[in-house]
Design a protein around this ligand. Structure first.
Ligand SMILES: *Cc1c(COP(=O)(O)O)cnc(C)c1O
Length: 441
């Protein structure tokens, strides 16, 4: 059976069973329980390396860093893999920073994001010596400067800019049009005002601009437009101040395949396109080419994980048009995957433990939570002979799955089990009822 792009590289199918690293789904479920996130460690490491080498391949001497966006998914073990992959880490809260530090991640390879970093978060970041703080507002310029001054340090910063792009993705994850909370608008003059402000503080060193246009973007053109607008501003900066900014960070947001037929934005496709856009914009505005960094999150961890559920109850519903729909309930739902109800994300899935009937029925895969919107897959055709106890696997759940998980309905959050070289180990354990009670006084 051909392995679809929605599955990670170490996935195979054997006699109807889904296998990861040669371990069959039934055995994974027996050993680790359900629901569980299974993380293909080789796939993760290969993707981290692929983004790095594609950046170097396309930009050569002008390649900056790949920063893995921790918010997609992080735990101490994964932070160690990121460190071993020789790429950087992008954190946006004190919590993500705490995980990175617990993993021994080198602070100088970290970049700190966020539109409302607290004073404590800024202080800690400067104190431990993070490489770069990406500054998001005028108030934050003043805060970073005053904290750096009181610590007797100088801090490198990037200014986050909004280039005014309507990226083709869901409203909740588009970040670079004018009416957003992030960054400084180029068009309105806010960006220029921020630049002038930064220049009044000698404790902060402006090394360049940052732009992140959104997430799950499947075409390269919007990145090119963003690069052009940001580079135009960098040229204006050079004209005004007589020197060129060394760095440009074009953010993350590279889309992955969720459904069969989706075409992911692969590193070897998008980075040469970014190079062309950056090079031609620099030529157009007569600017030297800066060092370019990127921040993929989803594109590294998303395809590397799948969720394994056990099917519980099954119910047939007659629709208005007389057709039938099978409601298939799994033992998790919106607490481990909020993306379907949050922004209509689409997933596929398969019965993972056996060969089933070729006859398919319109089905809806739902969770166990007390909301109608608790849907894992809204519409999917699944075999008619599905029974309670069957296993159901949903691919591409690595990004914004476990990291957005909640304890809604007091459901313990699922573990993450890493599989490599045919061996599986828990890297983030399952919560227990004791975990759920530990905050009650
Ligand atoms: C979320 C985010 C990313 C990562 O986005 P992906 O879609 O996961 O690649 C990168 N940079 C910034 C600033 C972000 O907010």
């Amino acid at each position: 059976m051909a392995i679809d792009k929605v599955w990670s590289s170490q996935i195979s199918h054997r006699a109807g069973e889904l296998c990861l690293g040669g371990i069959a789904a039934r055995s994974l479920a027996t050993n680790f329980g359900t629901p569980t996130f299974f993380l293909d460690e080789q796939d993760f490491r290969d993707r981290a390396r692929a983004w790095k080498s594609a950046l170097v391949g396309a930009f050569g001497d002008h390649s900056g860093n790949v920063y893995y966006a921790a918010k997609a998914f992080i735990c101490t073990e994964v932070a160690r893999w990121v460190a071993q992959s020789r790429i950087g880490l992008d954190v946006c809260t004190g919590g993500e920073l705490a995980v990175a530090l617990a993993a021994g991640f080198p602070p100088e390879r970290m970049q700190v994001h966020g539109n409302n970093k607290s004073m404590a978060e800024i202080s800690q970041a400067i104190e431990i010596g993070v490489g770069v703080i990406v500054v998001d507002s005028l108030i934050e310029i003043a805060r970073v400067a005053s904290i750096a001054k009181s610590l007797g340090k100088s801090q490198k910063i990037l200014l986050r800019l909004t280039p005014g792009i309507e990226a083709h993705t869901h409203e909740s994850i588009a970040t670079a049009h004018e009416d957003v909370k992030f960054g400084f608008s180029i068009a309105s003059g806010a960006a220029w005002e921020a630049i002038l402000k930064v220049c009044t503080h000698k404790e902060i060193e402006l090394i360049g601009f940052h732009s992140h246009i959104g997430s799950q973007i499947l075409a390269t053109d919007a990145f090119g437009v963003a690069a052009d607008r940001v580079i135009e501003l960098a040229a204006k900066f050079r004209d005004e101040f007589g020197y060129e900014l060394a760095e440009l960070d074009l953010g993350g947001g590279f889309g992955i395949a969720y459904l069969p037929g989706d075409v992911p934005l692969l590193p070897e496709i998008v980075l040469p396109a970014l190079w062309t856009a950056v090079e031609s914009a620099c030529q157009k505005y007569r600017l030297g080419i800066p060092k370019v960094s990127i921040e993929p999150g989803r594109a590294i961890v998303g395809p590397a994980m799948f969720t394994l559920y056990e099917i519980g109850t099954i119910k047939k519903v007659i629709l208005e048009n007389g057709a039938e729909r099978n409601y298939i309930s799994v033992d998790g739902g919106m607490s481990d995957n909020i993306r379907t109800s949050l922004y209509g994300a689409q997933y596929t899935g398969i019965i993972a433990n056996r060969n089933c009937s070729d006859e398919l029925a319109l089905s809806r895969v739902v969770g166990k939570h007390c909301e109608t919107g608790d849907i894992v897959i809204r519409d999917i055709y699944l075999p008619v002979d599905v029974v309670p106890g069957d296993l159901f696997a949903v691919p591409a759940t690595g990004a914004y799955g476990r990291s957005m998980a909640s304890n809604y309905n007091h459901v313990p959050r699922p573990p993450v089990v890493a599989v490599i070289d045919g061996k599986a180990r828990v890297i983030l354990r399952r919560e227990t009822p004791a975990d759920l009670l530990r905050l009650d006084m």
